[in-house]
Design a protein around this ligand. Structure first.
Ligand SMILES: [Fe+2]
Ligand SMILES: [Fe+2]
Length: 260
């Protein structure tokens, strides 16, 4: 089967682009399952029920999140009622929502999806993602051999390490969070597809999806600035993984599409 994985969706422009492009991409590429990282979908930070409802027809089976998952305060009260949204799994016990799940795919198979947060160069109080993966996979592997990990992390070293650590145990370890796609996609020897970062669905002329001027002001003067979400041409970054019924990946390919 083919799995489409879409990088961090940023703001309204990202949502609009996903709604327009993802159904077409699924059809064009023959993808039977789609995961998208939604941590920046609401105004550039966090998720809301309303934003998720807006994408109900976009063909996304599971939304993952990251360090921005609780940016929209009301989402903590909403997440438990939304079965196809995952917050990072390796956070404080007792946080609302869940960090992994097994979901039905269009072809009668099922896909396990896990959301994990990195710790290197991250302002997060996450637990060890390696040990968390071990714990989750011990059970999940009994339910399905097809498992996708969204590793939401900053450091390429930590991401590559988790990919190598899980090689042969999951179908894919795909990175999110940096909003910049990396050119290192590869199927590791054990059959795990890997890419350090899938990228984002956000404005091309931007800094990680935010308007250039305020980010430049912050970097060049050290003075605070409000990081507004950039509009104009939106670039959709995604990765397609081909997986056999045994859960082993046979191909991984990144793609970019742009709005007019
Ligand atoms: Fe992000
Ligand atoms: Fe993030």
């Amino acid at each position: 089967m083919k799995i489409l994985f879409v990088g961090d969706i940023v703001g309204q422009g990202g949502r609009r682009t996903v709604a327009e492009f993802v159904p077409r991409l699924r059809e064009e590429l023959g993808c039977e399952f789609c995961v998208a990282n939604g941590e920046n979908m609401a105004g550039g930070g966090g998720l809301t029920r309303r934003c998720l409802d807006e994408l109900a027809g976009a063909g996304i089976d599971v939304f993952t999140a990251g360090d921005h998952v609780w940016d929209q305060r009301e989402f903590a009260n909403e997440i438990d009622k939304i079965p196809n949204v995952l917050r990072p799994a390796n956070v404080f016990a007792g946080q609302p929502g869940r960090g992994f799940g097994v979901f039905p795919a269009a072809n009668g198979l099922s896909v396990g999806v896990v959301s994990l947060l990195g710790r290197t160069f991250m302002n997060s109080l996450a637990d060890c993602p390696f040990q968390a993966a071990d714990r989750i996979l011990a059970d999940m592997a009994r339910e399905t051999p097809i498992i996708v990990i969204d590793f939401h992390a900053e450091a390429t070293s930590e991401k590559t390490a988790l990919g190598r650590y899980l090689d042969g145990r999951v179908s894919a370890v795909l990175g999110t969070h940096t909003h910049v796609p990396t050119a290192d996609e590869e199927v590791f020897p054990g059959g795990t597809a890997f890419q350090c970062d899938v990228g984002m669905v956000g404005a091309r002329r931007s800094i990680l999806g935010r308007d250039v001027a305020p980010v430049l002001q912050r970097f060049s003067t050290g003075m605070p600035a409000r990081f507004t979400v950039a509009g104009s041409t939106i670039r959709l970054c995604a990765t397609v993984v081909t997986v056999g019924p045994d859960g082993r990946a046979t191909n991984v390919q990144r793609l970019v599409r742009e709005t007019a």
